[in-house]
Design a binder for this molecule. Structure first.
Ligand code: ADP
Length: 151
């Protein structure tokens, strides 16, 4: 049984995340989209809102569930017997950042990180840019799934 955790803030989920998740469905038996809770971060959307946006986007997908966790991602993976972490790569900056985390995670736990390269048409999308657009009254609907309610 191949079980993967896709960890992130998803503040909010974007079409970039959706692309990675959809393309990962054939690779795994189960994918847990895991929203990491970090008390020090200020989020635009509440945990419940973020969870609902993801849940309604993937309600028809049996393989996908949404959970929240705090603490180390590898500890969470072990607690639910997941052997893989799924992450998306958009650019060299993502790669440099993700490389150190993935190597550390493997050293700590043996858990492998599987990277999918973003599709060309969603590679420029980031949650932080979406938040900026929303804060300034712009229209971000082309960058997010319809389940995300504009703030
Ligand atoms: P984090 O705070 O952990 O970076 P994010 O919600 O920003 O959480 O991202 C979660 C994962 O989704 C990361 O692997 C990130 O690289 C990936 N991701 C974000 N935006 C995109 C995108 N446009 N295309 C592909 N992957 C993306």
């Amino acid at each position: 049984m191949k079980k993967a955790v896709f960890p992130g803030s998803f503040d909010p989920i974007t079409l970039g995340h959706v692309d990675i998740i959809r393309r990962a469905i054939p690779l795994f038996d189960e994918i847990i989209i895991a929203i990491g809770v970090n008390a020090k971060k200020n989020y635009m959307f509440s945990l419940d809102e973020r969870k609902n946006f993801i849940g309604s986007t993937f309600f028809a997908e049996d393989k996908i569930s949404v959970e929240t966790y705090s603490g180390l991602t590898v500890d969470y993976c072990k607690s639910i017997n997941a052997d893989f972490i799924l992450r998306g790569l958009r650019n060299p900056a993502d790669f440099e950042f993700e490389k150190a985390i993935a190597q550390t995670n493997r050293k700590l736990s043996g858990i492998e990180t599987v990277f999918l390269l973003t599709s060309a048409d969603t590679s420029f999308i980031s949650s932080s840019i979406v938040r900026d657009i929303m804060r300034n009254g712009g229209d971000a609907t082309q960058l997010i799934p319809p389940s995300v309610k504009i703030k």
